[in-house]
Ligand binder design. Structure first.
Ligand code: ADP
Ligand code: MG
Length: 394
């Protein structure tokens, strides 16, 4: 068996002692910059950019999940090193902090961890921090989309969720739990912001293309079903300047399994590094192991269609075509091009590639057929529901 064509940076990380542990931090210099159902994310206040974000698991017993998340971050990063300004990029994994075996773990963590602890009290993933959006853009978002009486409760905006496949009400009137972070940027809001910040924001069709390329890389490059993955708008330094940048975050639902948290269990849908193992007879894996590529791809479509509202919907014709074309082109280029480093497709793998390439293309098309059929059904349902007197924006 030949050696892997690239060496993952993360494969060596666990061998090292913590280099930049949060133990050196004073408690008052940590702030919560985000929170989800699985982790609470901290950063040092004095480094607003280019520093680390620490995702501390809310549950104590989640090292396996977090390790898997770290691997996915690391693998996807290999596929998202891209100079296109509308490309989605992935933060870099720095370290996984595991609490010592004998440490007593609390079921929940304090809002701000105690710095007397040697490390964060629960398993923690340290990744590079996505820089927050420029303040002028944050303020403009507030002015345009947060109603006057909700301005006081509005959370600090750091990143915005890129929900191109959803339409939110024009103004946010209240902030329920899911709005703790990443306020939504739908197609309409993006267009409004871009009127004022054209030099900072790429055209929305380019974002849709970036989503297509990213999803193809997640599905076929890394082999994950993209469940629970977040797409956000943040910032990035280009030379000395800050530019808006699309980022991809949060992989705890796409990999790993934890016997204590069945709801967090989820698997890759393809074997590890599928494109390097095209000599195999079967590429599907995990929960998809009884599927062939086409039936598996249809299941992926239902995940996107029913629970991931970042991606354009088939009825958003122009945006959807940009997304779909970019996805299909990316699948072809993943199959054909020698990407960096040059010999991703090893010569001995060519026979396998010849056999699998048409099946993978067919499965990618089946993914879109299913997405379109599901969207069509939803549109018909909403139309008939509206006829029966539901409000138009239901
Ligand atoms: N690397 C990062 N840089 C900046 N903010 C981040 C980073 N990772 C996560 N966040 C923020 O924290 C929030 C929760 O993180 P996430 O990984 O999505 O947790 P969960 O799996 O619990 O949903 C994100 O929505 C985002 O706002
Ligand atoms: Mg998550």
């Amino acid at each position: 068996m030949s050696s892997p064509p690239f060496q993952s940076a993360f494969e060596h990380l666990n061998e090292h002692e913590p280099r930049e542990g949060p133990s050196r931090l004073a408690r008052d210099r940590l702030e919560i910059i985000g929170e989800g159902s699985f982790g609470r994310v901290y950063a040092y206040v004095e480094y607003p950019w280019s520093a680390s974000a620490y995702k501390v698991c809310i549950y104590p017993d989640t090292v396996a999940n977090l390790l898997h998340e770290a691997k996915i971050y690391d693998e996807l990063r290999m596929f998202t090193i891209d100079n296109d300004p509308s490309a989605f990029i992935c933060p870099m994994v720095k370290q996984l902090h595991k609490p010592p075996q004998d440490q007593r773990l609390e079921a929940t963590i304090d809002p701000i961890p105690d710095p007397a602890m040697d490390i964060f009290p629960h398993p923690t993933l340290q990744v590079s921090r996505v820089p927050a959006l420029p303040v002028v853009l944050q303020q403009h978002y507030h002015r345009l989309f947060v109603s006057a009486n909700a301005q006081n409760q509005a959370p600090t905006i750091r990143l915005l969720g890129l929900y191109l496949g959803m339409q939110f009400p024009e103004k946010i009137n209240e902030f329920p739990q899911e709005f703790i972070c990443d306020l939504p940027l739908d197609y309409y809001r993006y267009a409004c912001l871009r009127e004022t910040f054209q030099c900072l924001l790429p055209p929305v069709e380019c974002i849709a293309q970036g989503m297509g390329r990213l999803l193809a890389r997640m599905h076929w490059g890394v082999g994950i079903d993209a469940r629970g993955v977040k797409l956000v708008l943040g910032n990035r330094f280009v030379g000395d300047e800050l530019m808006c940048q699309c980022w991809v975050l949060d992989f705890n639902q796409v990999g790993g399994s934890d016997p204590h948290h069945a709801d967090l269990q989820c698997h890759r849908w393809l074997v590890y590094r599928p494109l390097e193992d095209l000599r195999l007879d079967k590429l599907t894996d995990g929960m998809y192991k009884d599927d062939d590529l086409v039936s598996g791809a249809k299941r992926l479509a239902l995940i996107i269609s029913r629970q991931e509202f970042y991606y354009p919907r088939p009825h958003q014709t122009q945006l959807y075509w940009a997304f779909k074309n970019a996805y299909m082109r990316e699948v072809q280029s993943l199959l054909q091009r020698p990407i960096t480093p040059p010999d991703l497709f090893l010569t001995e793998n060519l026979a396998g590639a010849k056999r699998w390439a048409p099946v993978i293309t067919q499965a990618a098309l089946a993914f879109f057929q299913e997405l379109e059929a599901d969207d069509d059904e939803k549109c018909r349902f909403y139309r008939s529901a509206m006829c029966e007197g539901y409000p138009a924006d239901w």
